[in-house]
Design a protein around this ligand. Structure first.
Ligand code: IPE
Ligand code: IPE
Ligand code: MG
Length: 244
């Protein structure tokens, strides 16, 4: 039996952000607080990820983007990087069927460079293929993702496409980002009390509402997502204009 949706009373379902993006941060600190190796914090983050996806489905979020591994995370100790590669691969294998059944389209954003093991790329492709026709929600895993790298890659495409300088505008560049059908995030949530973007979606979050929470990622649950959405609904978005 699927769980009945838990719709929180403090959220206006008519004004749910279409696209929510999360920086899942604080796994290492969560583990250190428990005298566990950092990798245990990453493992504990899986429950948080699934609960967040389910909560987002319950309130009707159509696009959810999760920062799983940045282009800078290669700087971490080799053991941790190796763990994260294997963990992300096995998470896909373990979770893709249930996500597929729920109507989630799984996608990836990031560089497919030589550092990402072939088997991980294979799992990513399989999961994307399996779920490609789902439309209830698009879950984009930002993996080996960097906002600057994405912009650089878009500029490379502009050059390869032979676009003359006077034809380069925001639309031309945006049309060469990783997923051109993805709307810009309305809401970006970062956990663990850090007030920074850390190279996430630099182009796309130009007008996103930012919500920061002290909660460490492994402790994050759908209620924390709902709190962030409630906070989002209290904001006034002006896009450089004046009060409407
Ligand atoms: C986020 O948690 C997971 C990744 C960046 C892969 P961290 O591993 O950054 O945890 P902290 O920030 O060190 O606590
Ligand atoms: C951002 O977290 C990257 C991911 C959540 C995948 P980091 O932990 O890598 O960011 P910094 O080092 O605190 O800026
Ligand atoms: Mg961190």
């Amino acid at each position: 039996m699927p769980e009945p949706p838990q719709i929180p009373a403090d959220i206006d379902l008519q004004r749910v952000p279409r696209h929510v993006a999360c920086v899942m941060d604080g796994n290492g600190r969560w583990a250190s607080q428990r005298n566990l190796p950092r990798t245990e914090g990453h493992a504990a983050g899986e429950v948080a990820l699934l609960d967040t996806v389910n909560g987002a489905l319950d309130i009707g979020v159509r696009w959810l983007t999760m920062f799983a591994f940045s282009t800078e995370n290669w700087r971490r100790p080799a053991d941790e990087v190796r763990y994260l590669m294997g963990f992300n691969e096995s998470l896909l294998v373990r979770r893709r069927d249930e996500l597929h059944e729920k109507g989630v389209r799984i996608r990836f954003a990031g560089r497919r460079d030589w550092r990402v093991p072939k088997r991980v790329l294979r799992r990513m492709d399989e999961s994307a293929e399996l779920t490609a026709r789902n439309r209830r929600m698009t879950l984009t895993m930002a993996f080996n993702y960097g906002g600057r790298a994405e912009i650089v890659d878009a500029v490379r495409r502009l050059v390869r496409d032979g676009v003359p300088a006077e034809r380069v505008d925001e639309r031309a560049l945006a049309a060469r980002l990783y997923h051109t059908d993805m709307p810009d995030p309305d809401l970006v949530v970062r956990t663990s009390g850090e007030f920074r973007i850390s190279n996430f979606l630099l182009w796309e979050l130009a007008y996103s509402e930012l919500v920061f929470t002290e909660v460490l990622w492994p402790d994050f649950r759908r209620r924390d997502l709902f709190d962030a959405v409630a906070e989002y609904q209290r904001r006034e978005r002006r896009y450089g204009g004046v009060r409407g």
